[in-house]
Design a binder for this molecule. Structure first.
Ligand code: FAD
Length: 409
């Protein structure tokens, strides 16, 4: 059997895997990425948060992303039954980058993977994991390529396989998410938007007029195209029909402002459905492995936090791994899991409060309290790890106090 030897093997060349690969290669480690698909390939998750620009900069990928001509993004706009509000990320509380991009992921992910290769990472496309034999400092993965098996040897494996969830499956680490089973139906359109209320520099989140736990995204790209999707519990969005096309078109037709914005849109692309994407695991790291991005936990698409969390996990894990490979002892729970969970739990608090309506009350409340708005804006911009922000440090308590003020006012 052909053998490939590296210091670290990464499963998956999505954002988590590419950023982790580059960060390790910069420190001098030999990294192989095993990727099941050929790139470019479609992926969902197109609206980026400002916080992840910082990860891209650390991985020396920001210039390549900036020069790719993606749609500029400076914030998020919300619409609910005639009420409109917007958050400009540049007005956030936390210092750091205040803008991002909206990206067709096929092109974006290819750029990141190419950038990782430029920095010395070897990406093995169309290679798929068959089995994993893991112990401290000695990892062996059997990988299938064109009907043949290869053995990948390394000292550590990072699983960045996203919804493929390779190690959670092989090591029996999966556990149900706290979130109910939701689904999303989405497509790309030629948008032909002329609505002057629509700001192409922001993602538009529309809440269904009467079912507040159903919402839509509208993510504009540069070339007159946009990504449109609806999210809700399976039974609820089934009222519009069985087929994805019926669901998406029925859902849009029942949200008048969105329907008006999209009145000239040309639906020219396959409409897709993804179900039950929220996931969790019993542990994020163990002897010889750590889980990155969606291979670990995935919450919900509502705040576009997925790519940001994925890249943050890569930053934290590669710092630990570099030290471990250099001979230091690393406490993965304390130095990787706990710091990562800080931001993930903050997002979780706001996701729960979005679906039960509390956070929507805050978002649609018209306030002239600039400081509070800037702290909420920080979270929407992805800065969920900034403990100086009271809405991060004491997320649930602060949020509930704010909800009381908003609902009383
Ligand atoms: P991925 O991007 O999924 O990459 C994983 C890679 O691993 C893939 O290339 C895959 O081919 C490869 N792989 C899988 N199995 C194997 C295997 N067996 N062997 C080898 N390789 C394998 N996030 C945002 O930031 N913004 C958004 O607007 C947003 N919208 C979303 C909307 C929906 C409906 C959903 C469900 C998610 C959304 N997300 C969004 C989340 C986002 O899609 C993910 O969080 C993000 O892609 C995670 O990156 P990753 O690198 O962990 O995984």
């Amino acid at each position: 059997m052909k053998e490939v030897k590296s210091d670290v093997v990464i499963i998956g060349a999505g954002p988590a895997g590419a950023v982790a690969g580059a960060l390790l290669a910069k420190k001098g480690w030999r990294v192989s990425i095993v990727e099941r698909e050929e790139f470019p390939r479609f992926s969902i998750g197109e609206s980026l948060l400002a916080q992840c620009m910082e990860s891209l900069e650390k991985a020396d990928m920001l210039e390549a992303v900036k020069s790719a001509g993606f749609q500029f993004k400076n914030g998020a706009a919300f619409e609910w039954d005639g009420a409109r509000t917007a958050f400009d990320f540049r007005e956030k509380f936390t210092p750091g980058c205040g803008t991002a991009f909206q990206v067709p992921r096929a092109k974006f992910d290819k750029i990141l993977a190419d950038e990782a290769e430029r920095q010395g990472v070897k990406v093995y496309y169309r290679h798929s994991i068959v089995s994993a034999d893991l112990s401290e400092n000695d990892v062996k993965l059997i990988v299938e390529h064109k009907g043949e098996n290869l053995a990948f040897h390394a000292r550590f494996v990072l699983d960045a396989s996203g919804f493929g969830r390779v190690l959670p499956r092989l090591l029996d680490l999966n556990r149900p998410s706290e979130f109910p089973l939701r689904e999303s139906v989405f497509t790309h359109v030629e948008d032909n938007i002329v609505d002057s209320n629509f700001d192409r520099d922001k993602i538009l989140i529309t809440v269904h007029p009467s079912e507040r736990d159903i919402w839509y995204w509208l993510i504009p790209f540069t070339d007159g195209r946009a990504s449109i999707g609806v999210v809700g519990e399976k039974e609820k969005i089934a009222v519009w029909g069985e087929e994805p096309e019926q669901v998406l078109k029925g859902a849009i037709a029942s949200a008048p402002a969105l329907e008006k914005t999209l009145c000239n849109a040309k639906f020219d692309t396959n409409i897709q459905r993804i179900r039950g994407y929220s996931s969790d695991v019993t542990k994020l790291a163990g002897p010889g492995f750590a889980l990155l991005g969606n291979a670990g936990e995935f919450l919900d698409p509502v705040f576009s936090s997925g790519v940001t969390i994925a890249m943050k996990s890569s930053e934290l894990a590669t710092e630990c791994l570099h030290r471990q490979l250099s001979g230091e002892t690393v406490d993965w729970d304390k130095e990787f899991v706990e710091p990562l969970k800080l931001g993930v739990e903050v997002f979780k608090t706001y996701v729960k409060a979005w679906y039960d309506g509390r956070f929507q009350d805050v978002i649609f409340y018209q306030t002239d309290q600039k400081e509070i708005k800037s702290m909420i804006c920080s979270i929407l911009a992805g800065y969920a790890w900034d403990k100086k922000n009271p809405f991060v440090a004491a997320a649930e308590r602060r949020l509930n106090t704010l909800v009381e003020i908003c609902t009383a006012g």
